[in-house]
Design a protein around this ligand. Structure first.
Ligand SMILES: *[C@@H]1O[C@H](CO)[C@@H](O)[C@H](O)[C@H]1NC(C)=O
Ligand SMILES: *[C@@H]1O[C@H](CO)[C@@H](O)[C@H](O)[C@H]1NC(C)=O
Length: 266
């Protein structure tokens, strides 16, 4: 009992300290000043080679370079960060949200950059088409996407009002939810949930075939984006990737591909 009370007291004090630090704009250890925090960094630690940084995303639809607190620790406590995006023709910064920051972005070079965000329930979906020289923003915490409908790379620089804005790529995150719950939420069966889950590419996602054809470019092989399960192989059927059991394997009642025990024709 004593222990629980003191633990609670400690957490109240820590929460109060956290609040004080946030109010004074310092996100460091208790009692530390901004000056002391900054003193640990070398002169060059205040510079980040954003354009030359390694692209941080696996997606085939573009490149994303981020100067936030993980890559640039000297930013801590300053409440800002930036990201430089290059979306290839038809590429999209997939549907996402930043839990801690509003995103203000300036279009460095684009002919047709779509940006949309969805307001909370009861609100609107606001979509605009931007070109070079324009600026827009996405309010903190709202679902949004950037889609390059142009046939040139679209380049934009985003500024966040947090040194650690965080990103939740909704389409991917959604499928981390228990399939049973998703079946109820979507009113579809387990196979349909599994099919969609295995189809979702990493962000930035490549464009759809229709858009790429307009730009005179080939679509990415659907099987290159599909994540098939164990003992499965990907086959393209009518332009759509499908996961099938590899030879001498059959699908069991759970939908998994298992050995046919040597009796099947495979
Ligand atoms: C914008 O992109 C076009 C097409 O790729 C290129 O020709 C032009 O030089 C770019 N402009 C700037 C300011 O980067
Ligand atoms: C998913 O939900 C079902 C139904 O409630 C449950 O039986 C199952 O254990 C859950 N799966 C996981 C991995 O928690």
């Amino acid at each position: 009992m004593m222990l629980r009370v003191s633990a609670a007291a400690v957490s109240v004090v820590l929460a109060a300290l956290g609040l004080m630090q946030r109010v004074s704009g310092q996100a460091y250890s208790p009692g530390q000043t901004a000056l002391k925090f900054r003193s640990q960094f070398k002169t060059e630690d205040f510079v980040f080679n954003l354009a030359a940084a390694k692209a941080g995303d696996a997606g085939k639809g573009g490149e994303l370079r981020v100067a936030a607190v993980a890559a640039m620790p000297s930013l801590a406590g300053n409440g800002v960060s930036q990201a430089l995006y290059r979306l290839y023709p038809c590429g999209m910064n997939s549907v996402q949200m930043h839990p801690r920051a509003t995103e203000l972005f300036y279009v460095i070079n684009a002919t047709e950059l779509h940006v949309g965000f969805v307001e909370e329930n009861g609100g609107r979906t606001i979509e605009n088409v931007l070109k070079t020289g324009q600026l827009s923003f996405v309010p903190k915490g709202l679902l949004h996407w950037h889609y390059n409908a142009g046939c040139e790379d679209a380049i934009f620089l985003s500024t966040f009002n947090h040194e650690d804005p965080g990103v939740l790529t909704i389409v991917n995150a959604l499928f981390d939810i228990n399939s049973t719950s998703l079946q109820a939420a979507f009113n579809v069966d387990a196979d349909q949930i599994a099919d969609i889950k295995s189809s979702i590419p990493a962000s930035p996602v490549p464009g759809i075939a229709e858009c790429l054809a307009k730009c005179g470019q080939e679509a990415v092989d659907p099987c290159e984006l599909k994540k098939c399960g164990e003992n499965e192989v990907c086959k393209t059927v009518e332009g759509k990737a499908q996961c099938e059991c590899k030879s001498r394997h059959v699908r069991d009642e759970n939908g998994d591909c298992v050995s046919d025990g040597g009796f099947g024709s495979g």
